[in-house]
Design a protein. Structure first.
Length: 190
């Protein structure tokens, strides 16, 4: 039988398979490295895009915070202006109140009473004066009760004056308090 040496052929085949394996291994390694770099690039792009969106949102939030603080400042200014307007409206409404008050006082004071002083503290008037008799003071109190601008008169004192500065025509001195408030719109007198 003839002797054929198959060893070099097997050795070449083995070397070719090993070379093919190493080439395939290198190709797979290159593909894997490329895939890793591609995935890394994609994820870095996604992260960068999200960072850009986050920075945009932060900038918009800062703008809105500035606008909110500006709105709060404007609301404070508006509240101050409304308070001023309310004061002006109240002063405008009270402008004619003194005319009405003095008109009511002139109508309420009966014959035989002389007013010495009228002091106002808020809604309270303190009236002091002199009278010919205590019944004149009672009449004065009744007149004040009927007045639409003067409410709840309270007599503090009625006494006969003694001493050197006594007025013989008006021997009684009195002091009373009354609350001032405008009447309801339908009862208001002009």
């Amino acid at each position: 039988m003839a002797r054929i040496n198959l060893l070099p052929w097997r050795e070449e085949l083995r070397q070719e398979r090993q070379r093919n394996f190493l080439i395939a291994l290198a190709v797979v390694a290159l593909i894997a490295a490329g895939a890793v770099f591609a995935v890394n690039y994609v994820y870095n792009g996604l992260i960068s895009g999200q960072d850009n969106r986050n920075n945009f949102l932060r900038a918009e939030i800062r703008k809105l915070d500035r606008e909110i603080s500006r709105i709060q400042e404007l609301e404070d200014v508006r509240d101050r202006l409304i308070a001023r307007k309310d004061v002006i409206e109240r002063l405008q409404a009270d402008r004619s109140a003194m005319v009405h008050l003095f008109n009511q006082m002139a109508r309420s004071v009966p014959e035989g009473i002389r007013l010495r002083s009228i002091r106002q503290s808020g809604e309270r008037l303190t009236i002091t004066g002199a009278s010919q008799s205590s019944t004149r003071v009672s009449t004065f109190l009744r007149n004040l009760e009927r007045s639409p601008w003067l409410h709840t008169p309270t007599l503090n004192i009625v006494e006969a004056e003694t001493g050197g500065d006594r007025d013989p025509e008006h021997p009684y001195r009195f002091s009373l308090q009354v609350r001032v408030s405008p009447p309801a719109q339908d009862q208001e007198e002009w």
